[in-house]
Design a protein. Structure first.
Length: 176
């Protein structure tokens, strides 16, 4: 077996071809930067990439949807993705539960959209924002009710004492 080598354009090190990603558009069929340099670039640009995505999220998603309509996935690759996803979920049940709980607690978009779909409401960015606010208000109200029940005996004592003070105050004024 013949092992060929290539020089990375970033780190300038000569490495085996297996260290480079495949790229059909290049003459040698491999990307010009090695995998470790690409990984380093991704890590360095992570925050900038995330900020860009947040800023242009709607445009990016619409382009993805358009590409999916133009180039639909073949049934075999779709079935393969489904099978792999089912296998991963079966192998990682604890992680699936953690991710689901995290989505519920953080009110992720897909979770809020699922709530809207269950209620028969159209899913738009505006309805997601409104539903998220509604769920947060319900959660806050629930926490407040729980807190009030736990502290009800204390508040009943305070109310009784306050009522007695008000009655005595009224008597003092009438007597005076």
């Amino acid at each position: 077996m013949v092992v060929s080598f290539k020089k990375c354009t970033k780190c300038n090190k000569v490495k085996p071809m297996e260290e480079f990603r495949l790229d059909k558009s290049k003459p040698d069929g491999h990307y010009p930067r090695c995998r470790s340099c690409l990984k380093e670039d991704r890590y360095e640009n992570k925050e900038r990439t995330h900020t860009y995505y947040i800023k242009h999220k709607e445009r990016i998603i619409s382009k993805i949807r358009e590409r999916q309509r133009t180039y639909p996935m073949s049934s075999t690759s779709y079935e393969r993705q489904l099978k792999n996803g089912k296998r991963w979920r079966a192998d990682n049940q604890e992680r699936v539960k953690e991710l689901a709980q995290q989505a519920v607690m953080e009110l992720k978009d897909f979770y809020v959209a699922a709530i809207l779909r269950q209620g028969g409401t159209e899913v738009t960015p505006e309805t997601i924002i409104l539903k998220r606010q509604q769920v947060l208000m319900k959660r806050t109200l629930k926490q407040f009710k729980k807190w009030r029940e736990e502290n009800e005996s204390d508040s009943a004592d305070v109310q009784t004492e306050q009522y007695e003070n008000e009655e005595n105050y009224g008597r003092d004024i009438q007597a005076g």
